[in-house]
Design a protein around this ligand. Structure first.
Ligand SMILES: CC(C)CCC[C@@H](C)CCC[C@@H](C)CCC[C@@H](C)CCOC[C@@H](COP(=O)(O)OP(=O)(O)OC[C@H]1O[C@@H](n2ccc(N)nc2=O)[C@H](O)[C@@H]1O)OCC[C@H](C)CCC[C@H](C)CCC[C@H](C)CCCC(C)C
Ligand SMILES: O=P([O-])([O-])O[C@@H]1[C@@H](O)[C@H](O)[C@@H](O)[C@H](O)[C@@H]1O
Ligand SMILES: [Mg+2]
Ligand SMILES: [Mg+2]
Length: 195
């Protein structure tokens, strides 16, 4: 869903990206390091910074591709590095939230499994030659849901089923993640069943 905003983001980001003379792969690694710091913030109970650093990490993840495209530096390896870094960033953030005690570890592990499987199905489908960027909880949605959960947990003490709103956010991405896996498998079946 949020991927539909790419054209609007492009209008804002491209003028900035054109001026940046950093190798996109370095930016990708920088974004990954920001997600690691975000995880540390969650692990040590700093929800506000944890949420803000998810935003910054996501911004850098948007920027690395924009810099690559606007400076004619896109590479196949860069694309692989970007996707791989995203898997590590997803894991760092969820492990930080689990370690910080904001969600029962089983929900956190399942949310991580769902997130990684969403991306795996897409990569596996692409290896068979079909596009598969479909589903209700792609990576941008998952990160925004966690960000919102972190900020709401920081500013309020609302509890649902004895969980703060960050824990609820993790449960939400666990559920929506598995829904997205089903959506992507079904999408792939529809496009591959003739083969
Ligand atoms: C105070 C600071 C600490 C914090 C400041 C933060 C702000 C500066 C930023 C604020 C923006 C922030 C809210 C945005 C967060 C969104 C983020 C969580 C979502 C991230 O989605 C990922 C993003 C990029 O996806 P890709 O990596 O797949 O895409 P690209 O990198 O462009 O292309 C990959 C492609 O490029 C080539 N390449 C790449 C790397 C490389 N090294 N070499 C290469 O060659 C190669 O070809 C690769 O294949 O996805 C973007 C999706 C969508 C556009 C996101 C839109 C988000 C939207 C702006 C946010 C909406 C906000 C939300 C409704 C409300 C926010 C919640 C509130 C509580 C904050
Ligand atoms: O949305 P999602 O499929 O979970 O995750 C996506 C990966 O499948 C894709 O390979 C990558 O380029 C995107 O940046 C994002 O990480
Ligand atoms: Mg990127
Ligand atoms: Mg990425």
């Amino acid at each position: 869903m949020l991927n539909r905003l790419r054209p609007q983001v492009k209008v804002i980001l491209d003028p900035v990206a054109k001026k940046i003379r950093i190798n996109p792969n370095i930016l990708t690694i920088m974004g990954l390091l920001v997600s690691l710091i975000s995880a540390y913030m969650f692990a040590t109970g700093n929800l506000l910074m944890g949420g803000l650093l998810i935003a910054l990490s996501g911004f850098v993840d948007m920027l690395d591709g924009a810099v690559a495209r606007n400076n004619y530096q896109t590479t196949k390896f860069g694309g692989l590095l970007d996707s791989t870094a995203d898997r590590f960033a997803d894991a760092f953030i969820l492990i930080g939230i689990i370690y910080g005690g904001y969600v029962n570890w089983i929900y956190g592990i399942l949310a991580l499994h769902a997130s990684l499987t969403v991306s795996y199905v897409r990569a596996r489908a692409e290896s068979e030659g079909i596009k598969c960027n479909v589903g209700i909880a792609e990576r941008a949605e998952r990160l925004v849901i966690i960000m919102i959960g972190a900020f709401l947990s920081y500013f309020t003490n609302i509890q649902i089923f004895n969980m703060n709103l960050l824990g609820i956010a993790v449960v939400v991405i666990m559920i929506l993640g598995y829904v997205t896996v089903i959506q992507r498998v079904y999408h792939s079946w529809k496009n591959l069943k003739e083969d």
